[in-house]
Design a protein around this ligand. Sequence first.
Ligand code: BEZ
Length: 289
Amino acid sequence: MRPIDEDTITQAVIASHASAGDARLREVMTSLVQHLHAFAREVRLTEDEWAAGIRFLTETGQTCRDGRQEFVLLSDTLGLSMLVTALNHRKPRGCTEATVPGRFHVEGAPRVEPGSDIARGARGEPCFVRGRVKALDGTPVAGAEIEVWQADTDGLYDVQYPTCGAPHVHRARAVLTSGADGGFHFRSIVPAPHPIPHDGPVGRMLQALGRSPWRPAHLHFTVTAPGYERLVTHVFRAGDRYLDSDAVFGVRASLVADWVRHDAGPTPEGGTSDEPFYTLDFDFVLNKA
Ligand code: BEZ
């Protein structure tokens, strides 16, 4: 019989992986066991703490349902999601940086013509967004598919409103196509900061750690074009009070932009607004696939 004790148990577990058919699985599980055991040794994990950890993970699983993935929220708030994104989307300097998609993307957003009002009744101050999709050398990327989604002035996404059994109505989300010069433009609303869902175990973890559940105001984008790496990113509002404490560590300086306020009057789309409005200019620089 193998002598297994506090000092040899890590090696014993690793040795038990020897006949795993999948070499990558063996590599990942071996590293996981090494780090997990090192963590328990480093903090001298007590039995009560181990049991509390198991309870926490159990509740995390029990909180998952359609539209609520508490494990991904845990990964987001531990910085793991953004770390995995960074490791898998290293790009040349000058390309738009990637972020996590967040929890409120839904399939089937409406395809709209350039200049459309994508708010479709979502509440908020008017905002005209325009930009270009380009390659790193400045070549315009025509025909890129740009998907955008955002929260409204109350910090809520359309999917967070009860539908009372009616079919979901897409608000403040749409899919557009860049023009021959790589340009795109649309009308929407100014997004508000919002907390991540924090009524479950992850919210309790944040509270116990004295952390905020809030995210700074942002727009989500994906940009897809043949021959280029698909971009998933955010544009954050300059001056937002949560830029330095984003609950999911998604903010990058290159993704912070000014929403410029204008008095009532002529709008960039050639119309007239009888209330003050905002403009946002942001270009996306894609990495070659
Ligand atoms: C969001 O961007 O809305 C979001 C991101 C991560 C977790 C929850 C929400």
